[in-house]
Design a protein around this ligand. Structure first.
Ligand SMILES: Cc1ncc(COP(=O)(O)O)c(C=O)c1O
Length: 410
């Protein structure tokens, strides 16, 4: 079944508004997606009818709230093919999920001189927590390099992985759109005795996901990029690995007993969920999962490949070599994230002109400063597509870029 984008658009109330008297063209879903009415209503309904704290009260509302929260966990587990819902931990966002891995797993299993392998295309969320461990306990970081068209160079993988304790990489670049061969890398890493973490923040919203097919030990992602609310993220981890790890944060819900001289940690998944969790946000994320499953993730992916192909074709025909589009040129090996360099026009200026046309793109370093340096740029203007974008949005983008080129006269 292909996606009925006209029908999808109607589910997103924000798309009815105007910006600078123009139709809103939202092309910044890689930063955060918009929310369908089904997600907004699920959260309102939860607050209007059900809210109470979870796992604590022995009264109807508390039991209903707990069922809603745990029900959302079960939906997420099914959506990512997790063998057990106990392996699905709710966090604040992908950044917190990755910090959990670096701290709870890293501080227990790494010591000075141990190595972690990352890639040159990581988001800061999968870079800074490891850099902090490098500062604090003296681990060493290695990096898989990339080609000029934004693909990982794997020729040297065997050597780079040798002696490494953890390989942590993005499944899809938030700058280049590159889809990385996660399974192949995970297999090599495991054969070398390393653990594998996947930052799937840009993958889970856009492609059918199976954590077991990734072959990873941890998978992190964030709710707000997949039609869910802000304030909720996910870490999936293998049961045996999570069981062997100490808790990350301490406080309510992550204990079964506390004495003055110690505590007993709770079972999975609550061992890693200290304090009142993001209850309404998890309910919203559950509704987002329902929505995406209703569309069908195969159809979501098919739509994005076709729209990315249209975008590449349209922009290349219109601008030729006046526009650099970073990342792989083949739509099937990338997601719908396009980082653009319009000759001699600063990305912030591009973004400002586009805004005057009602078009939202992200200008900046995209929280990937080492990658910007590798590409030889300070910033790019990034357009990213999702289920509510169509060819008319891309035509508007092309016209807006034309206006920017005219305004800055080249
Ligand atoms: C690849 C990647 N990883 C991690 C993150 C961090 O997500 P969050 O800010 O929700 O923690 C992002 C968000 O931009 C991302 O694109």
């Amino acid at each position: 079944m292909s996606l009925d984008v006209a029908a999808v658009k109607k589910d997103f109330p924000i798309l009815e508004r105007q910006v600078h008297d123009r139709r809103l063209v939202f092309l910044d879903s890689a930063a955060s997606s918009q929310k369908p009415i089904q997600v907004i209503e699920a959260m309102s309904l939860y607050y209007e009818h059900t809210h109470a704290n979870v796992h604590r009260g022995v009264y109807t509302l508390a039991e209903e709230a707990t069922a809603a929260y745990e029900g959302a966990r079960a939906k997420v587990a099914r959506f990512i093919g997790a063998p057990s819902h106990r392996e699905v931990l709710f966090s604040k966002n992908a950044t917190e999920s990755l910090n959990l891995v670096a701290n709870a797993w890293g501080r227990t299993n790494l010591k000075a001189g141990d190595s972690v392998l990352l890639t040159e295309m990581e988001h800061h969320a999968n870079l800074v927590p490891w850099l902090m461990l490098a500062d604090q306990i003296g681990i060493e970081l290695r990096y898989l390099p990339i080609t000029d068209d934004g693909q990982l160079v794997l020729d040297d993988l065997d050597r780079l992985v040798d002696g490494v304790k953890m390989v942590s990489l993005t499944a899809m670049s938030n700058v280049l759109g590159t889809l990385n061969p996660v399974r192949r890398i995970a297999d090599v890493a495991h054969a070398a005795g390393a653990m594998v973490t996947v930052d799937a923040s840009q993958f889970v919203p856009h492609l059918p996901t199976s954590v077991t097919e990734f072959g990873a030990d941890f998978v992190a992602f964030t709710g707000h990029k997949m039609l869910g609310p802000t304030g909720v993220g996910v870490l999936w981890g293998r049961t045996d690995v999570l069981d062997a790890m100490p808790p990350f944060l301490g406080g309510g819900d992550m204990i079964t007993d506390v004495r003055l001289d110690g505590f007993t940690a709770n079972e999975l998944p609550w061992k890693f969920e200290a304090g009142t969790p993001p209850i309404a946000e998890a309910v919203g994320l559950g509704a987002a999962v329902d929505y995406l499953e209703g569309l069908g993730m195969e159809a979501v992916r098919e739509h994005e490949v076709s729209l990315t192909a249209y975008t590449l074709r349209t922009l290349t025909e219109r601008f030729g070599d006046r526009l650099v589009i970073h990342g792989p040129s083949e739509p099937a090996s990338r997601g719908g994230v396009l980082s653009l360099d319009l000759a001699d026009v600063h990305p912030h200026d591009v973004s400002q002109v586009l805004d005057q046309h009602g078009i939202c793109v992200r200008a900046g370093h995209h929280c990937a400063k080492p990658l910007m340096r590798r590409l030889g740029v300070n910033a790019t203007a990034r357009a990213s597509v999702y289920v509510y974008n169509d060819e008319a949005d891309i035509d508007a983008l092309a016209d807006g870029l034309d206006a920017a080129a005219d305004f800055f006269a080249f």
